[in-house]
Design a protein around this ligand. Structure first.
Ligand SMILES: [Zn+2]
Length: 341
């Protein structure tokens, strides 16, 4: 096995969590004779119908900050789990799972794509509808260009993530996934599907309910909450793909689960504005280079993480809403996010 800073830290956490949580190796990815584990850290009840919160990072190897933030969050958990009664009680009725490094080979190589040159966030089966930007939206020209979709079906890292998500989120439990990225925009965004079209997202009313309680509870939060297509549309988005599969499985199995895959896109352009020399570093466009900015990025998002934890244990606030309220939310969600359709 080959290690680099982020993976070594996760391997160290794996040893620290023996007895506190369940650490699994979801897959092993091989690259030029080296092998890299994909790890997940499981906490809470075993019940597959229990509300579930999943944190994902490291889809794009260059975006190290996401993995670093989740690692730092896991470090806090090693302490909190020992004394924090409210966290302990949350975990008696829910599951919280971390999947902090989707693309270890990409992170080892300092590339956005995986070892085969494929962008895992363009590797899904969904074709975008409407206007898309050339290249950025995903293409099949060459793995030497960024945003390559791949030619040979699903990549092993995407398959591992898909299998993991199906297993946790497709069995009737309400679930929220937060997939952490960086590199786009000035502001922190919390995006929900769809990435591939401007169509109404079936859970948009619930997203608006979540936005409203977030805005009211933490009026100074910094997140721009909206469907991803308002920023740009892409082919092969893995979360669009999984969501559509979930919807199909829900009507087939008649279960009443809910699946909300969210993307945190950290607005990294401010890091460049504050430290323009970063432009000349290959990692600089995607990561805050100065150590105090890494720490600040970590601290900044802990509020969101604990808010999501509260959501998962308080379903009446966003999930079990009366029909009349859902009608109003649907109307407002249409007004707010889908006016230009
Ligand atoms: Zn990304």
């Amino acid at each position: 096995m080959h290690e680099f800073a982020e993976l070594s830290e996760l391997m160290r956490l794996r040893r620290m969590f023996s007895g506190l949580g369940d650490v699994r190796e979801e897959a092993t990815i091989s690259h030029k004779g080296l092998s890299f584990p994909i790890l997940s850290f499981h906490f809470g009840v075993k019940d597959e119908k229990a509300p579930t919160l999943v944190f994902v990072a490291g889809v794009h190897g260059l975006e190290k900050i996401g993995t670093q933030i989740l690692t730092s969050f896991l470090h806090s958990w090693t302490q909190l789990l020992k004394w924090d009664k409210s966290l302990q009680s949350t975990l008696k009725s829910s599951r919280v799972v971390f999947y902090p490094l989707v693309n270890p080979v990409g992170m080892y190589l300092n590339t956005r794509s995986n070892g085969n040159g494929v962008d895992l966030m363009r590797n899904g089966r969904v074709e975008a509808k409407g206007k898309t930007l050339p290249l950025i939206a995903g293409h099949r020209i060459s793995p030497r260009l960024p945003w390559y979709r791949g030619k040979n079906g699903i990549e092993p890292e995407a398959l591992a993530l898909r299998t993991f998500i199906r297993d946790l989120c497709f069995r009737g439990a309400p679930s929220i996934v937060l997939d952490i990225h960086s590199g786009f925009g000035l502001k922190d965004s919390l995006w929900f599907p769809y990435a591939g079209s401007a169509e109404y997202f079936p859970e948009a009313a619930r997203m608006l309910a979540i936005k409203q309680i977030f805005d009211k509870s933490f009026p100074h939060h910094t997140y721009n909450i909206e469907p991803q297509h308002l920023s740009y549309t892409t082919h092969g988005d893995l979360w669009d793909d999984l969501f559509l599969e979930f919807e199909a499985s829900r009507s087939f199995h008649h279960h009443s689960g809910h699946f909300l895959p969210l993307c945190l896109e950290m607005g990294s352009w401010t890091w460049i504005k504050k430290n323009p020399r970063q432009m000349f570093s290959s990692l600089g466009l995607f990561n805050p280079i100065l150590p105090h900015r890494v720490k600040r990025a970590e601290r900044r998002h802990f509020l969101l993480f604990s808010f999501l934890l509260k959501l998962i244990t308080s379903p009446e606030a966003w999930l079990e809403l009366p029909a009349g309220r859902m009608r109003i939310l649907t109307h407002h969600a249409n007004q707010m996010w889908y006016k230009d359709r």
